[in-house]
Design a protein around this ligand. Structure first.
Ligand code: 6PG
Length: 466
């Protein structure tokens, strides 16, 4: 009898090919399907083993999978996912499992989950993070769907995932679309961290006059301490890269317009729907939009030339580091708070400790700080907000002074820090027992009889403002 494969993968782009090779490295046989003959050939070139096969033929692909079939899709989110599902569905048998490993919108996952369930096909949305290198060497995987389906794929996912302290960076996230939801929040945090790093770069380049050589060293040093993380590490590497086309450094030749595929924006949109504030993530999304307005920015830069900027005290490199750490904490806290709210709203029953745990390795936002987050939820699984955990309070208190100094400096110097200054204002609002929004309530009541509540007694009130 012909060999049956343990795992099938649809979409042999770099991510798909690497994931499949990773599966095969862990002694599971794997077959890939793509409509592009070159991609199938690339897989065969790289994977010289009886345990790896590639095909252009969906019927052959399905026939060669052991049952229940375990099929993962790594194709672009949106239409292509629906298209592949519709294509494979007539060939599948009851109890087979389809896993969407792309960045699908969680509402699309809900729709697919319900529709496939009615056909007795298991469906999982699994966030996969770590880029193409992660897919090859060990990503962080965030699967959601139903637990029975997860049990089918668990041995493979646990084998291929990144490991931290010998523990795999994968766990069942929760019902329905929980996996895609958690990955969406991961990406929202990713946007914030990247934007904050961009701002720290600006402060050190424009303010502290660090050249690329010095910047490389600064980020390298930062990566040895509390900021230790994948993003800080690669940033140091970026400043070391020479340009192939000119005599300078590559980073200086890259156009300052950042693109996006949508997951950061979805995070912000969903936070608005849930009524939860994640302004630092919102700021990161807005900054990508502002970066796209290059022509207008260039015109405006000629019209607004401030003659004299305010005198101010220059922060030290260590103070910039501390401010970045502060804002990193705010970004993770906002993301975790959104997860906590969504868990109730969508009945995901998320385990925030487990999420922090599987984000410690493999994924783009992996960082030493995630161990503190894990600890905070281990100590109190029903934390109302990450910022209320004693583990975190102590860390924030240690860097708040430096953050104020850095923000004051950027304001005086006119260095844009939409995310950093916003992280500080978010924090100041978060810790204010009194906010001036009593005035808003008064205004609403005056112009629209919208009523207000009082501090000194219960009930709903309306005043005769005339
Ligand atoms: C990951 C990343 C990845 C994401 C890219 C690009 O975890 O591996 O989050 O899934 O697609 O980072 O995202 P943008 O194009 O939106 O910046």
């Amino acid at each position: 009898m012909a060999q049956l494969f343990d795992f099938g993968l649809v979409g042999l782009g770099v991510m798909g090919r690497n994931f499949l090779l990773n599966v095969a490295d862990h002694h599971f046989s794997a077959i890939g399907l793509d409509t592009d003959a070159q991609k199938v050939a690339d897989l065969k070139d790289e994977g010289h083993s009886d345990d790896i096969e590639g095909t252009l033929d969906k019927v052959e692909f399905i026939k060669k999978l052991s049952r229940p079939r375990k099929i993962m899709l790594l194709v672009p989110a949106g239409g292509p996912v629906d298209h592949v599902i519709a294509d494979l569905l007539p060939l599948l048998d009851s109890g087979d499992l389809i896993i969407d490993g792309g960045n699908s919108h969680f509402e699309d996952t809900n729709r697919r989950f319900t529709s496939l369930k009615s056909k007795d096909i298991h469906f999982m949305g699994a966030g996969v993070s770590g880029g193409s290198e992660g897919a090859r060497k060990g990503p962080s995987i965030m699967p959601g769907g139903d637990l029975k389906a997860y049990e089918i794929i668990k041995p493979i996912f646990e084998a291929v995932a990144a490991k931290v302290n010998n523990e795999p960076c994968v766990d069942f996230m929760g019902q329905g679309s929980a996996g895609n939801y958690v990955k969406m929040i991961h990406n929202g945090i990713e946007y914030a961290l990247m934007q904050l790093m961009g701002e720290s770069y600006d402060i050190m380049k424009l303010g502290l006059q660090q050249d690329n050589h010095r910047l490389k060293k600064t980020y390298y040093d930062w990566n040895q301490g509390v900021l230790q993380s994948f993003l800080v590490e690669i940033t140091s590497q970026i400043f070391d890269k020479k340009d192939d086309l000119t005599s300078g450094d590559l980073v200086d030749q890259i156009l300052d317009k950042a693109k996006q595929k949508g997951t950061g924006k979805w995070t912000s949109q969903n936070a608005m729907d849930l009524g939860i504030a994640i302004p630092t993530i919102d700021a990161a999304v807005s900054m990508r939009q502002i970066s796209g307005m290059k022509d207008i920015r260039m015109k405006a830069s000629k019209k607004y030339t401030e003659a004299s900027l305010l005198p101010t005290n220059e922060p030290s490199v260590e103070e910039v580091r501390d401010a970045l750490y502060f804002a990193f904490i705010m970004s993770y806290a906002q993301g975790m708070d959104q997860l906590s709210r969504a868990s109730k709203e969508y009945q995901y029953d998320l385990n925030l400790e487990s999420i922090a745990k599987i984000w410690r390795g493999g994924c783009i936002i992996r960082a030493r700080f995630l161990e503190d987050i894990r600890l905070a939820y281990e100590n109190d699984s029903s934390l109302e907000s990450l910022l209320l955990s004693p583990v975190i309070v102590e860390k924030v208190n240690s860097v708040i002074g430096a953050t104020r100094k850095v923000v004051q400096y950027t304001v005086a110097k006119g260095i844009p820090t939409l995310a950093l200054s916003n992280a500080l204002s978010y924090f100041d609002a978060f810790k204010s027992a009194e906010l001036p929004l009593n005035l808003i309530q008064a205004q609403r009541d005056l112009f629209g009889s919208h009523t207000y509540e009082r501090k000194d007694r219960l009930g709903i009130f309306h005043a005769d403002w005339n």
